[in-house]
Structures are given as structure tokens and as C-alpha cells.
Ligand binder design. Structure first.
Ligand SMILES: O=C(O)CCC(=O)N[C@@H](CCC(=O)O)C(=O)O
Ligand code: ZN
Length: 335
């Protein structure tokens, strides 16, 4: 049943989405699972491992980013087959169910900009954001004695000079350097530190719950069945270690290239354009003086005295939304 949970969540009747599966429980090696609602599953250990974290693992916050869903599906299948065990409490989240069904990034609005407690807007994605925030709040409250962790797994729209990288959301709390070691051990190639609040799902867990929380970009967004999961095997092992309540494989910080956001470009008007080809890879560098964006209201965005690299460029975002990040190299420290 567990391996089918992802499929069952997607197949649930949209008019009564939780009817077929909510409340179902089953046993696993080392513990059990309980289905909490549509796209919400808890793994419950019999005994919590000495190195366990309270882990939130989310996928499908953007509906067309399928590789993380397949990766997590493989981890759940291994659990169900008794090839792996549960040793930590885990909340598994399948984010935007309707967008996954439609293989689209979102239906009405980008779910990954809605994770703020004051959110009062209507619409299906806002309803889902409130459900997911409540699920995370309840989960962390139930495990307040454990360190908190949230990995929100994504894939990027375009190719990248670093196919696998993490975004470290801005927050008052420090990022634990142990995380850089785990990321390096899991085949992550770069880390990008945010400079201001972004109201993404990982930011929610870091800002409101003090969790170690990241958005992980694991390759390029492709439809189900077209993903090459081989480069994600080390990430699969990291996830399996977290579920088992064990310390993951550790790599060297030097294996990760560090970056920090220098400029965030927002689309302020209908008359907005990015001044480079639509298909350039993430982390493409622009020389000082280059105009990278034109906006009828905000004016031109020109690279200043130092070269900057562009990440997540997207001219077709909603008005007021982020259209690109311009980033500079920084050193990741183990302090
Ligand atoms: O490839 C892209 O342009 C977007 C990929 C994606 O969905 N990225 C996340 C990053 C979230 C963050 O900044 O932490 C997003 O845009 O929501
Ligand atoms: Zn995404």
C-alpha cells in the first residue's frame, strides 16, 4: 500500500479527495506509516534513533517536477519491501496534487510563494498552502524534542552549470555546517544563500520553526518516466539515512561551490523582458555593465562592478514575482 500511496493520492476523487485512503495505517520495518490526508503521510518509528531528526520531506510543490516524486517513491518502495527501516519521525508531503495531475508548474498561482502565516488569499493553491503549513506545524509540535529538518525537493526549469544545487532560505537562524557535509555526500554541487525572506516552503520551516531547511534542485523538470535517477542515487541514500534515523554519508565542504544572492530581479510591469536567450543554463555569468533585464516601471537591471551569474530566470512570472536571481561566489564555512 505504501508504495502505491503516491499514485493513490493522485488518483483520489477530486470532489472528496481524502475519502479512499485517509487514516490508513500499516506496519513497516522499525515502525509504521499513517496516511494523514491527501498527499500527507507520516512514518512513525517504534524507537527513535540516537541521530534522528524530525524530518519533513516534500515533493511536487511544483506539479511538473517529477524526478523527486519518483525518487521518494523508490525510497518508500524500499521501506515497504523491508529493505530499509524507519528510525525517525518523517512527514512526507506530495504538494500540489492538481498541478501534478496536470503536469504543470501550478494551476492558478505559484504555491511556493504562499507559505506565510498571514496568507489570506482565496484559491486552491492558497487552500493547499494553509493545509501544508498546518501539517508541518502539527508535525513539529509532536516532535518538539528532536532537531528539525525540512528538505523540499524540486527540479529546475532549465539546464544548469550545477545540475544539483540547494537554495538556503534567508532566516535569523544559522545554517548548520553539518548540512553542507551531508549535501556534498549526497552529490549536491552548489549552495545558494538567499538574502531576504522568500515565503517558500523551505523558508517556512526555517523561519517559523528554526528547522534546517533547504530547497533542493535535483536536475531538470521532465515528465514522469523521462527522468534519469542515477545521478540522484546519493540523494536517495541521504533520504534513506534520514528515514532510518542514522547519520548520512558526509562529504567535504570544498565539493560544494557557494553563492549568495546579490540582486533579486522582480517583474514589475507587463512590459518586462530578460535580455538574454530563453534557454541559457542556470549559473551563466554576465560581465560588468551588461543589461540583463528591462522593465517599463523598474527600469533596466545592469550588472555592476563584479560579474554575476543568473539563476532561475523566468520572464513569464506573475507581476510582482521574482524573475531572476543574480548571484556572486561566497565561501561556505564549517563554523
Ligand atoms: O527553474 C526555475 O526557474 C525554478 C525552479 C524552482 O521551482 N525553484 C524554486 C526555488 C525556491 C527558492 O528560491 O528557495 C522556486 O522558484 O520556487
Ligand atoms: Zn520547483
Amino acid at each position: 500500500m505504501l508504495a502505491e500511496w503516491l499514485t493513490a493520492s493522485l488518483e483520489a476523487d477530486a470532489s472528496s479527495p481524502d475519502r479512499p485512503i485517509k487514516g490508513r495505517e500499516g506496519s513497516l520495518k522499525g515502525g509504521r506509516y499513517r496516511i494523514e490526508g491527501p498527499g500527507l503521510l507520516r512514518l512513525i518509528p517504534d524507537t527513535v534513533g540516537a541521530d534522528a531528526r524530525a524530518c519533513v520531506l516534500s515533493v511536487g510543490i511544483h506539479g511538473n517536477e517529477t524526478a523527486p516524486i519518483e525518487l521518494l517513491g523508490d525510497c518508500l518502495a524500499r521501506l515497504e519491501a523491508g529493505l530499509a527501516s524507519v528510525g525517525a519521525p518523517v512527514l512526507v508531503i506530495l504538494g500540489n496534487l492538481e498541478a501534478i495531475r496536470r503536469n504543470t508548474r501550478f494551476v492558478e498561482t505559484n504555491l511556493n510563494r504562499l507559505f506565510r502565516r498571514e496568507l489570506d488569499q482565496p484559491g486552491d493553491e492558497a487552500v493547499r498552502a494553509r493545509e501544508l503549513m498546518a501539517a508541518v506545524d502539527a508535525f513539529f509540535a509532536d516532535h518538539s524534542q528532536l532537531p528539525r529538518l525540512h528538505y523540499d525537493l524540486h527540479t529546475a526549469i532549465r539546464d544548469s552549470h550545477y545540475p544539483r544545487f540547494v537554495v538556503d532560505p534567508f532566516a535569523e537562524t544559522r545554517t548548520d555546517s553539518e548540512q553542507w557535509h551531508w549535501m556534498a555526500g549526497a552529490g549536491i554541487q552548489a549552495a545558494l544563500k538567499q538574502h531576504q525572506h522568500s515565503w517558500t516552503f523551505s523558508h517556512y520551516s526555517k523561519h517559523y520553526h528554526g528547522a534546517q531547511a533547504f530547497t533542493l534542485e535535483l536536475g531538470k523538470a521532465l515528465p514522469f518516466g523521462h527522468n534519469d535517477l542515477e545521478p540522484l542515487e546519493p540523494m536517495g541514500r541521504l533520504i534513506q539515512s534520514l528515514i532510518a534515523g542514522q547519520l548520512p554519508e558526509s562529504g567535504e565542504i570544498q565539493q560544494l561551490d557557494g553563492f549568495a544572492v546579490a540582486v533579486e530581479v522582480f517583474r514589475e510591469s507587463e512590459d518586462f523582458a530578460l535580455c538574454f536567450a530563453d534557454d541559457i543554463p542556470n549559473f551563466t555569468e554576465f560581465a560588468p555593465g551588461t543589461v540583463v533585464a528591462r522593465d517599463a516601471q523598474a527600469g533596466d537591471t545592469r550588472i555592476g562592478d563584479e560579474p554575476l551569474k543568473v539563476v532561475f530566470p523566468n520572464a513569464r512570472v506573475e507581476l510582482g514575482a521574482r524573475a531572476a536571481l543574480l548571484v556572486r561566489p561566497v565561501r561556505l564555512t564549517s563554523a
